[in-house]
Design a protein around this ligand. Structure first.
Ligand code: ZN
Length: 273
């Protein structure tokens, strides 16, 4: 068992709001490092001590236990599709988009999505990692925020281009204990766990409204808020209407498949000349 370099007397502060933190519990990370988890006294988030083990923690895109990856992709796809159509969002950037399957799915249906991921290869969305727009309308961050070593800095990447909206998933910390399934210390990858207050602080800091909808966090830039469209979006995710819309979307043609093929082909031809 190793002990960490930061388990000395150095005073820790919250990596989101710089508040004072207090020790909550210890866990063994990557089956070898004894790590302290701290709770922030100000924003009430939970965080590991500063993560020095990340290089070891990132091996492959997906854990071999992540058997829900494809179903989750389709669920997210429908939600984004509806959001984009209701709010007329065109340019989408999926930050931390892993293997690019979501990006590809959206492109198939003519949503202009690009993907970026520092730790993964976007196998499904090769050629769509450099956006053809300056300002995204929508930024996606699915299960990404829990990986951020320094949220106060790292969240700027999500908000600095001032997208109209951000759609995020990350489980909320509500004083769960050391046995919370979301901590997954054996992976070493989950290092910051946001409380409801923390989400509120983030929204306020960047000038966004925050809505929790069907397990998603939706940040809407204040000047883009539309109570009617928001109501419609929420309604479209529920019950019979949702089932009907999913069925209709599934039956739509996917012109993006062919359009992107032609685009990539023309780029290849240009390069080979
Ligand atoms: Zn804090």
């Amino acid at each position: 068992m190793h002990t960490s370099p930061s388990s000395t007397n150095a005073k820790q502060t919250c990596r989101l709001c710089a508040g004072d933190v207090s020790e909550q519990f210890h866990l063994t990370i990557l089956n070898q490092y004894d790590i302290t988890y701290y709770q922030c006294q100000a924003c009430h988030s939970l965080q590991t001590e500063p993560a020095y083990w990340l290089a070891e923690a990132y091996g492959s895109n997906l854990s071999n236990l992540d058997t829900g990856a494809v179903q989750r992709n389709w669920h997210n796809f429908y939600v984004i599709y509806l959001l984009c159509h209701i709010f007329k969002l065109k340019n989408v950037l999926d930050l931390g988009g892993g293997d690019g399957l979501l990006c590809r799915s959206l492109r198939d249906y003519e949503i202009n999505c690009f993907v970026k991921d520092e730790y993964a290869t976007p196998t499904y969305a090769q050629g769509f990692t450099e956006p053809n727009f300056e300002d995204p309308d929508l930024i996606l961050g699915f299960e990404v925020w829990k990986h951020l070593p320094n949220p106060a800095q790292d969240l700027k990447r999500f908000f600095s281009s001032k997208p109209k909206m951000l759609l995020i998933t990350t489980a909320k910390y509500e004083n769960q204990g050391a046995d919370w399934w979301y901590l997954t210390p054996e992976s070493g990858q989950h290092i910051f766990f946001y409380s409801q207050e923390a989400f509120g602080i983030i929204a306020q800091q960047y000038g966004y409204e925050l809505h929790s909808i069907a397990g998603f966090l939706l940040f809407i830039r204040k000047d883009c808020a539309s109570p009617f469209k928001l109501w419609l979006f929420q309604k479209s995710l529920r019950g019979k209407l949702n089932r009907l819309l999913k069925y209709k979307i599934m039956r739509k043609p996917t012109p993006g498949v062919w359009n992107d093929y032609l685009l990539q082909k023309s780029l290849q031809d240009k390069e080979s000349k």
